[in-house]
Design a protein around this ligand. Structure first.
Ligand code: PLP
Length: 397
């Protein structure tokens, strides 16, 4: 028997759930791109995007996914042969380093494993060893979407300052902008990379690079940035096409406008609190289940766990079986355990991920957790009692 008929739930860490309001805002005829509503709404959209990243700097919008924004951020700040220090807490910083390496940047990767954040003491040692300041930048993900590790960005800034190191601090917030607290200017971040399809609740297709004056000064020496990825015309436009180096992504912009309205109506602080509460509900459920079986959270220290996504393990092959079971029997899609196999295999049979980013409320999340409990029962995975009630208690606020 299947109970899957009904509205399905997608809980993979991007693309995230798209609000009906966003979809409706996109369902309209093509607009004029030379004058009128679309042209008029750009300044407000730029201001609202910057408010979400908590910055007074610039934002360049690209018709791209996150990978495009990664490339743009590096192209505008680096030359071939220059060094970057990459702090890895899972897969995604390594992915960014791979792109930078292909562009001729000499990346030194410090790997902090897949279960904890950047170790600040070790970072201090690496920076102290770089006496003549060869590192032009420090690259990291605030949240690694494969491990669900969240790093202490203000702490990393402090270590850079204490070392007197001038490297640009470049942070990938693709997974967590609009979910986990992030304050670009107050935290001293020079470049922030983001995308529209996770916390910003818009179909994949827009990449964002936020940058400050220090990063923009590096653009003066960046010899290899091509005109499409150049962030300068996009942030000093005289006509709409200059924001995008060509035709605007019209319907994505209507969708994003609606999403930013929703963010404005709820308020960033409330959004961060909602995500924290939902994340704590997931943790509580897994802690209860883990008392009587193999279920465990990938990140032991709560301070190093993302509020946007949670990576868990129940042992191989049950992790994969559980994902298939919830889709077939309950209409729920969970994220696969990306690069979490013992040897970093792309799909791990032990791990899976629960996304709780963007347009997610407590009844969606409690439904997801109760469905996981059904799967643990159906698949004979031993587990402690009370997981769903522990989560329900957290949501009783
Ligand atoms: C999703 C994600 C990316 C990649 O974004 P794409 O849109 O798939 O190119 C990069 N970094 C992090 C942290 C992500 O979560």
């Amino acid at each position: 028997m299947t109970l899957a008929n009904g509205r399905e739930t997608l809980a993979i860490p991007g693309p995230s759930v798209m609000p009906d309001r966003v979809l409706r805002a996109m369902h309209r005829a093509a607009p004029n791109i030379y004058e009128g509503e679309l042209v008029d709404m750009m300044p407000g959209m730029i201001a609202d995007l910057k408010a979400v990243a908590r910055t007074k700097g610039h934002v360049a919008i690209y018709i791209s996914n996150g990978h495009g924004a990664w490339e743009a951020a590096v192209a505008n700040t680096h030359n071939r042969g220059e060094k970057a220090l990459v702090l890895a807490t899972g897969s995604f910083a390594k992915g960014w380093a791979g792109m930078a390496t292909a562009m001729g940047v000499d990346c030194e990767i410090v790997d902090f494993g897949r279960e904890s954040g950047v170790d600040l003491a070790r970072l201090a040692e690496v920076l102290a060893a770089d006496k003549d300041h060869q590192f032009k930048s420090v690259l990291l993900t605030q949240v690694d979407t494969s491990s669900s590790v969240r790093s202490d960005v203000p702490g990393i800034r402090r270590v850079l300052d204490e070392a007197g190191h001038p490297a640009l601090l470049m942070v990938d917030c693709i997974a967590c902008l609009g979910s986990d607290r992030f304050e670009m200017d107050a935290w001293g971040v020079d470049v922030t990379v983001a995308g529209c399809q996770k916390g910003l609740m818009t179909p994949p297709g827009l990449g964002f690079v936020f940058f400050n004056a220090k990063a923009d000064a590096m653009r003066d020496d960046a010899e290899y940035v091509s005109s499409y990825w150049d962030w300068r015309p996009r942030t000093r436009p005289e006509a709409l096409y200059q924001y995008f180096c060509g035709t605007a992504p019209t319907h994505h912009l209507f969708g994003l406008r609606e999403a930013l309205d929703m963010i404005g109506e709820e308020g960033l602080e409330n959004i961060w609190n909602r995500h924290e509460t939902l994340a704590r509900a997931v943790w509580a459920a897994f802690e209860a289940w883990g008392q009587g079986g193999p279920a465990r959270l990938n990140v032991a220290n709560p301070a190093e766990r993302s509020h946007a996504v949670t990576t868990v393990s129940i042992g191989a092959p049950k992790g994969t079986q559980l994902r298939h079971w919830v889709t077939e029997h309950a209409g729920l899609t969970l994220g696969l355990g990306l690069n979490m196999g013992p040897n970093g295999e792309r799909s791990s049979d032990s791990h899976f991920r629960i996304a709780h980013m963007g347009h997610v409320n407590s009844h969606m999340l409690l439904g997801t957790l109760a469905t996981i409990e059904s799967a643990l029962i159906a698949l004979d995975v031993p587990h402690g009692p009370g997981g769903v009630s522990a989560a329900a208690k957290i949501c009783a606020v």
